[in-house]
Write a protein that binds this ligand. Structure first.
Ligand code: ADP
Length: 449
């Protein structure tokens, strides 16, 4: 087992990983930018190293500085969290070359899944159902009209390097195709420095359902059920639940087993998420994330398995200690992403938290890195915490969530808490009857009132 882990991240996820390390008796090293000197992840770590100025490019994404921090502190492994360098195959390779363990999959697997065209081809080969679309990439030299006609309109142009919903454009009719293709390409070039594109059928009213997997790199793998992340704004998840209100046990087992089987075949190592769109009873693979997800706590609440403990154990070379039969799904869990943003306009709201009172009680978990008096810097993601509740049934879970949202106080800045309070009164949310467009329609309707 490792004796010291460096956590190459900040905010709530850095704290989340620290907690797991402490429980396993492993020392922790925090890295931080000059803007994060007073951050909780720095305060609670056993050691900390400043790795650069506020801009992430020069600090949290600065590989030489992180490597230097490992060497100075003698860390024997790095946990990348999510975002930043978590899906950077080069980072994983560089660490391994220096004898430091990257807590995650092999660089080859990160690379394959990081290229969405490759990922889709691989998924198909492994027996995972995919969204109908182009076989591989689409370039300006291809007859894009012929490809789109074959798939059938509406079609979606997507960037191979895509992430965070960028580099994606819909063409509803042939006359929209050229523009959608060129806009998506230039957006992808600007965001990722890579304009490789592919095309797929645009599904009208899908849900976003993803399967959590764990593999040990030695051919053993299991699934930990699904998460429904259909409540989205601009392709970004807002509210997630486990299990999905749309699936029955047989469907859950079937898709879970397809994913676990694929992971066994590829000898996948670590935690991963296989993401699908789900429509009319069918699952369609969209991508695989080779890391811990923001919404992982809902799975932990329902399975009672600490995913970060498992990631660390697997990275240290242990075989998977849990079999599929050991996994019991108990009750229901929901997560609300609390962002430092205006609840209607979604404009970021950095600044000082003048009063902070998180909710508590049975079945309540708040993963956050903020505290009263903390000044949220303007440089990073606006996620400041996650409110996660567990209940025996979905109804109990919703009642508990409503109670928690009424207790939660974050003063001095704007947050998305008021939006969640409003959603608690909505019949569709109460019934679990929503697809990936539901939230945007709801917000549009509100605007016109
Ligand atoms: P990213 O990596 O940018 O998050 P994804 O491929 O995971 O991209 O897609 C993000 C979101 O975009 C999905 O959750 C869904 O809302 C929407 N989306 C992606 N592919 C399709 C599709 N074929 N049809 C309809 N919506 C899609």
């Amino acid at each position: 087992m490792f004796s010291k882990i460096l956590i190459a991240n900040r905010g709530e996820i850095a704290l989340r990983i620290q907690r797991a390390c402490k429980e396993l008796g492993i020392l922790t090293v925090a890295v931080h930018s000059t803007a994060d000197q007073d951050a909780m992840h720095v305060r609670l770590a056993d050691e900390s190293v400043c790795i650069g100025p506020p801009v992430a490019r020069d600090s949290y994404l600065n590989i030489p500085q992180i490597l230097a921090a490992c060497e100075i502190t003698g860390a024997d492994a790095v946990h990348p969290g999510y975002g930043f360098l978590s899906e950077n195959a080069r980072f994983a390779e560089i660490l391994e070359a220096h004898g430091i363990t990257f807590i995650g999959p092999t660089s080859d697997h990160i690379r394959i899944m990081g290229d969405k065209i490759m990922a889709k081809i691989t998924a198909k080969e492994l027996g995972i159902p995919v969204v109908p679309g182009s076989d591989g990439g689409v370039t300006p030299d291809d007859d894009i009209h012929a490809i789109a006609n074959e798939i059938g309109y509406p079609v979606l142009l997507k960037a191979a390097a895509g992430g965070g919903g960028r580099g994606m454009k819909v063409a509803k009719t042939p006359d929209e195709l050229e523009t959608a293709f060129s806009t998506a390409r230039s957006e992808a070039m600007a965001a990722f420095g890579d304009d490789a594109m592919y095309m797929e059928k645009y599904l009208g009213k899908p849900r976003h359902i993803e399967v959590q997997v764990l593999g040990d790199g030695q051919g053993n793998a299991i699934h930990l059920g699904e998460r429904d992340c259909s409540l989205q704004r601009r392709h970004q998840k807002v509210f997630e639940e486990c299990p999905s209100p749309a699936l029955n046990d047989a469907q859950r087992q079937e898709i879970g087993e397809i994913c676990a089987d694929a992971m066994r075949k590829m000898k996948y190592r670590g935690a991963g998420t296989v993401e699908f769109l789900y429509e009319n009873g069918g699952f369609y693979f969209i991508e695989m994330n080779t890391r811990l997800q923001v919404e992982h706590p809902v799975t932990e609440m329902v399975t009672d398995i600490d995913l970060v403990h498992e990631q660390i154990r697997i990275a240290s070379g242990a075989t998977l200690g849990i079999s599929q039969e050991d996994i019991r799904f108990t009750g229901h869990a929901i997560e609300c992403r609390i962002n430092a943003e205006h609840a209607r306009t979604f404009t970021p709201s950095p600044g000082k938290i003048t009063y902070y009172h998180p909710p508590g009680g049975l079945g309540v978990r708040v993963d956050s890195g903020v505290y009263q008096g903390y000044k949220i810097p303007p440089y990073y993601d606006s996620l400041i915490g996650k409110l996660v509740v567990h209940g025996r049934t979905r109804l109990e879970c919703m009642m508990r969530l409503r109670r928690c949202l009424s207790e939660f106080v974050v003063d001095g800045i704007e947050t998305t808490i008021p939006l969640f309070r409003e959603l608690m009164d909505n019949q569709d949310i109460a019934n679990g009857a929503y697809d990936i467009h539901w939230l945007e329609k709801f917000l549009e309707m509100e605007k016109s009132l």
